[in-house]
Design a protein around this ligand. Sequence first.
Ligand SMILES: [Zn+2]
Length: 451
Amino acid sequence: MYNPIHHKYRPQTFADLVGQDAIAQTLTNAITTNRIAPAYLFAGPRGTGKTSSARILAKSLNCISSHQPTPAPCGECDVCQGIANGSTLDVIEIDAASNSGVENIRELIEKAQFAPVQCRYKVYGIDECHSLSGSAAQALLKTLEEPPHNVVFVLCTTEPQKLPNTIISRCQRHNFRRIAIEPMVQHLRAIAKSENIDITDKAVWVIAQLAQGGLRDAETLLDQLSLLSGQITQEQVWDLVGAVPEQELMELLDAIAAKEPQSILNLTRAILDRGKEPMVILQNLIEFYTHLLIAKTSPQNHELAQVTQLTWESLVKKANLWDTPEILEGQQHLRACSVQVKSASQPRLWLEVALLGLLSKTAPMAAQTHPPAPSSASQPNNLWKAVVAMQPPAIKALLTQHGTLAAFDGTNACIQMRSAPLQQRVAGDVAALEAAFGKVTSHKVKVTVTS
Ligand SMILES: [Zn+2]
């Protein structure tokens, strides 16, 4: 039967535990010096090794290949095997999230009073213990108040703040951190090697980065990718998770920094055409702004930004082109636009509007090109071109691509946009448009925008 990677490579000893060195060291010391607490609280995000550590602790306490608790359980003896496959009566694993409210849990906890049958220690591993029902939590508290000999509780939770203080205060607490990229990469490389998975180093980095500190997520991703044929590349990783590759976000950022509306639109369309959702592009770009901000303000701290080494170096270099308020404002603007992109019937369009809107934040409002001579401007087509040319880059791009001068009688100009959202976007700039018409025609012109 197929054994998923995250099962197969589950750590067997604390020394195998990935990225939680301090916890591994503390628990190893506790076992070697035989100072075992009656209750442990393992708190931290999902996939960071809490449940695995609970199992390792159970084996370490009970492995019968050793005459006393050992930090290096054999993994082979009846007890180690029994713990691994869940058949040992003395090691009880409870998933409070799926069994919440079941009377059984309370009874199980109450049975902690009975001595272990087969093992040195009875070990209760309670997963997502913040979800225990009221009566089960009461039974647990009562047991912890006077812990029976040779019973160890290991409470695991992703949400320690939901646990009553009366329980927390009776536990030795260990905070499991998100696993850093470097140890995660090393671990994934080792798995790929022993499983003969052909994967590029960049792709490994991308997996580690996407997992955001959760080892199980990283392993599951690698597992899924290993089903593809041929060498696994970073593009395949990005595709599998539906995210925009860093390289493309970087190009987009370059175009924004250079204030090139046409490049922004071209790049965005290319990403959209490759099947990425507008909302995903926007969210990924918002995250990328965060990375840029870290690169700008804290270039020594790569570990704060979940991007690959290459992208990080590039971001640090390019951060010089930006000032901090500009990054913050840009990100705020994109966040504000995400509501529209999410709910609009034309999310692609709104994404483009949002991105071009970044330019109008920083672009000077004054005309950027000189209007052509009045003689040629008297032709409606040339007049329109001249007016458009005088707009800031974002509006200029919108008008060029999606707008026409539908009517002009010398004092009234009607601009037609391709859609209602675009109409609304341009309607906010009527004053600038009227000023431009005024300059080109030397008359006062009233502008209306329709769609
Ligand atoms: Zn053993």
